[in-house]
Design a binder for this molecule. Sequence first.
Ligand SMILES: Cc1cc2nc3c(=O)[nH]c(=O)nc-3n(C[C@H](O)[C@H](O)[C@H](O)COP(=O)(O)OP(=O)(O)OC[C@H]3O[C@@H](n4cnc5c(N)ncnc54)[C@H](O)[C@@H]3O)c2cc1C
Length: 488
Amino acid sequence: MRARNGAAYLQRLQDDREVWLDGERVADVTRDPRLGRGARSIAALYDLQLDPCRVDEMTYLSPTSGERVGLSHIQPRSVDDLVRRRNMVRTWSEWSAGMLGRSPDYLNTMVMGCASNADYFAHNDPAYGQNIVRYYETVREQDLCLTHTLVSPQVNRAVHPDLQAGGEVALHVVDETDAGLVLSGARILATLAPASDDLFVAPSPSRSFAGEGNPRAFAFSIPVATRGLRMICRESFDVGRSSFDHPLGSRFEEMDCTAVFDRVLVPWERVFLYGDQDYCAALFRATNCFNHSMHQFLTKNWVKAEFVLGVATLMAEAIGIAGQLHIQRLLGEILHAALTLRAFIRAAEADATPGPGGVFAPDTETLLTARSYFPEVYPRLIEILQILGSSGLANIPSEASVEAPEIAADIERYFQGATLGGKERIRLFRLAWDIACSSFGGRQVLYERYFAGDFYRNVAVHYANHEKGPYREMVASFLNREPSPLPS
Ligand SMILES: Cc1cc2nc3c(=O)[nH]c(=O)nc-3n(C[C@H](O)[C@H](O)[C@H](O)COP(=O)(O)OP(=O)(O)OC[C@H]3O[C@@H](n4cnc5c(N)ncnc54)[C@H](O)[C@@H]3O)c2cc1C
């Protein structure tokens, strides 16, 4: 069995990685109170894949070792394989309520997609083609957990992202040695970096699709615990409260970091693209690598929309408004978001085509449309939770108050709902608050808006790239047609 369990995952994180949080270097991310519970949630996903009841649907037999490896590493050979992979992703997403953006399946599918397009990398340099395939096999056989960082720090968007502040800010190569590339500068925003084994660095898909020049286009991957690599974290949204008080923050803090490179050596065998900048920058436009990750995160988002629907339905029932037409209209909006995502995913699978090496990729046009749909819709789902919940999202005493014997009768009487007792109603509304109002919930909205790039530009670029000839011809043909003449 090569697929890892949670203990093996956590053990590997206990190295000398440089993670900075609240002004101090974190000694052990698996035990740190601000990061440890999030890491343990990722560990639980690894345990889930080895659950004897699920292992057959969560893993498959490795084509090289013959042992069981995680199904998110699979090179799909058919639509059925895509559906199998999607069901595996759904299982992990259901466990996390869709609140873990960087569960390992996201990068697993991207690295697999890259390896399936090894010829693209080999065209840059034959060694890079071999490197990406070998790396994919390592990730699969060791069941590594990866994050990625694709974007240059914000600084000044009025100048090219890679050239701001004299070109010293964006990650750049400062030396080439026999051992490899030496890089300095920074990239954003490495979600889950403190709890990842490796950091995958590649050109941004959004800029790639936009056909933008990118003087810093290269691709490589290094262990997070590489000398000279520093992760600077935002504050943690796991503030040590119970799962009753912070149902999501206490479980799913995946952390976002700026990755600072201080003369970091990237060995040549870890370099996948380098040199021909225009060619490197075109990676995601010219191949179907990103399709696999889009398939993963849309499935996650489908589950997330279903989870919000479940919470919203229980809230409406709990305060006796579920029978109102205008409330049903709002709940129906969430339902339609979930069903739209399902339709996108199934359409992308149905229209999948075999790419290089016969590896099936879901349909690009559908995926690009769906990728831009959720950033617009998720904030609206959150707004609906706020509209439904009203004061119920603020009137949520903490667990200590709920358990205080002196006010127990008040809690039961004054916090009861139409369908729930006081304590259970508070528990449900604290969950809704953590989705819709807390720091954790606010970050989720920001994540869905932006993690896959600037959604304004993504839609515009999709339109600009889309073949519009048929639509023009449809209109021209209509204008050229005379109405049927009346009988004389
Ligand atoms: C919570 C979270 C987690 C993330 N996790 C990851 C991760 O794990 N890995 C990763 O690689 N990335 C991650 N990202 C980063 C994500 O890729 C970027 O946020 C996204 O690409 C947008 O870039 P930006 O944030 O620098 O915004 P900007 O590009 O600075 O955009 C900010 C605003 O300015 C506008 N703007 C920018 N440039 C111009 C211009 N030239 N002309 C006109 N308007 C402009 C944009 O339209 C937007 O409204 C994450 C982001 C968030 C919010």
